[in-house]
Design a protein around this ligand. Sequence first.
Ligand code: BGC
Length: 767
Amino acid sequence: MTTKTILSALFVAISLNSFAQSPDLVLKRGNEKEILSRMTLEEKVSLVIGGGNTVFTGYGNSQKYVPGSAGNTVPVPRLGIPATVLADGPAGLRISPLRQGTDKTYYCTGFPVGTAIASSWDTDLVREVGSAIGSEVREYGVDVLLAPGLNLMRDPLCGRNFEYYSEDPLLSGKMAAAYVSGVQSNGVGTSVKHFAVNNQETNRKDVDVRISERALREVYLRGFEIAVKESKPWTVMSAYNMINGQQCMESRDLLTTILRDEWGFEGIVMCDWASPGWRDSAKEIWAGNDLLTPGSEPQYQEVIKAVNDGKLSLKDLDDCVYRILRYITWTPRYKGLQYSDNPPLEKNALTARQIAAECQVLLKNEGGTLPLQGGNRKVALFGISSYDFIAGGTGSGNVNKAYVVNLLDGLEGAGLEVDAPLKEMYIEKRDASLALMQSSALGRGSLQDFLPDAEYIEGSSDRADMAIITIGRNCGEGADRHVWNDFNLTTAESNMIRMVSSAFHGKGKKVIVILNISGVVETASWKENADAILLSWLPGQEGGNSVADILTGKVNPSGRLPMTFPADYFDTPTYDNFPYDYTGPLAMGNYPKIPRPERKNVHFVNYDEGIYVGYRHFDTRGTRVSYPFGYGLSYTTFSYGSPKVSKSSDGKYSLSVEVTNTGSVPGKEVVQAYYSLSSSSVDRPVRQLVCFGKTPLLSPGEKTTVRMSFTERDLSYFDEGTHSWILEKGSYQICIGSNSRNILETATIEEKNSKTLEKVNAVLLEK
Ligand code: BGC
């Protein structure tokens, strides 16, 4: 008997068996195996193929179950298996706000984007964001939020960096874990994405990332490993790109060996949204990619045929089906939970405002420019984004929110007076630009800024007490950013900062720049012209209010940079291996593919910088930067006591440090601990983040002890020769700093012997 005949016979037996089942056999937690044994091949395959359309119609526009969701799993009513609904995040839930046949609206809260919440360095706060978002997921009848986005910020120009957290894997992993546990505390799921090494949008579906095993393990997989182990996400989304020649969604090494066997992941893997014919569906199932999303009839046929032809074993299919059944039993739809379609939007808007204020980073504050003092109430408000504040990014990460509070509205709401002639001119220009701009369910870009006529600059410098200039940037899925007129300011923007500063400074008045940006921009060339610079990122729908809360001193800024601000883009370790100058076709969807011959940074990208990403590079090489990793100012000052570090018998280190508010207003401090091992026998960055914590709000003179912990793994390096994590012997310096370049206190740990902590599988190796 051939394998094919055996499989066919088995299939008939299973089918017959299922017809003979008792009609009341329905899916229950614990009976997944029995259900599996009663399913027909067709039913099994229907479960691993999402319930998308026959023809791919784009991202996140499913009309089934919850309009505007991204997809769903298919029900099998005969066995009590419901559909489950998947919808995008991460800055909030993304569904359609309007539905046919009703006036009711279905808006969701636009929270600060991923980069912003990571700037809080506050895992409790991020858990709170997750919990608020999760309440909307649950109340709108969605089962899984397709978030958080956890790819590392390898290069400042990746178009989706705003969805991601940091250039540091530990900070990324901890933020993701907090977000997942917050969302999942509502009894709904998350999808940690995009697994893995999805660090550019250019040719995102075809690009082959060529990377060393050490960089992969220490830098790019580490955040995912932390999130998976610490927060148990229900699902993981496999990325579009390839790693060392293996397509992520078809990589058994990645999805089974690493994710499940090594890290113990128990949820399901779904692929990133792919249309039929683009990937080998049977290979995806074989790899352990349980759910093919959005799913299509041709993929269904492909998998049925693959099983019948013996190309895909029933065992591999069954493994995926079993995991999907188990996942379904966790979902609200399976549990029959009623949802209200009325999430607590007002409460969440308040949360979004408070959280956005906690996420902002004060980059400069010369002579105590901020907070604004009592008499200074009249503002000349420059920059078109002040009047069209950017709340979130574009693409699947866009949230359909009911409103956005502009900076104009925020300032006026806080009792400040905005110079009227300037305001009228800007509003007119804004409205004209908006009329020309198409916006869609996937959001829209920022408005092009311009240099106001000299009379407006001069006139307002006579009338107003100060100038506030907003620089806006937006970006999103499907394209990377560019160096010129994007990372670097446009000529109009640079001239605006220069001319406004000269006019206002000439009259002894201050100039404040607000960075309402989706990613890092160049600041070195113009920062001298500003008295204060506040980085508000894309702060969500309450952005204008949150910025006003910081400017007026209602909230003391406590955000810190989760990445370095380089002085020049060409100082980054990655620019030569990143498509910063690419202007060819985008190929955001699946077709047409970007034509070959193979082009460096488009069809393949060499991660030549290895583990030297972000501050690991800048700090080790001593490169000049505009603002270092971890940087951020406060309206108050803090002092640190001597750090105390100890190790328990289970190999865990405890670190505590006393922090005192030595200034005159209440504030919160981020405590950052880095480790260095100068005597290392291997090449290591000069210092690496090992743990961090944040104080509660401390009144002037008040002190607190911040307690943190880390593990031997956090100090270890990955050895490619033995494929293992090694804790090297030596004197480890645990350095407490206000940023990666300003170390204030140090403690030492002695490790007497080197030891292997864990040996892993030799997979996904460079060819
Ligand atoms: C994006 C994912 C998203 C999915 C569903 C894809 O294009 O890469 O992040 O979750 O679409 O909308």
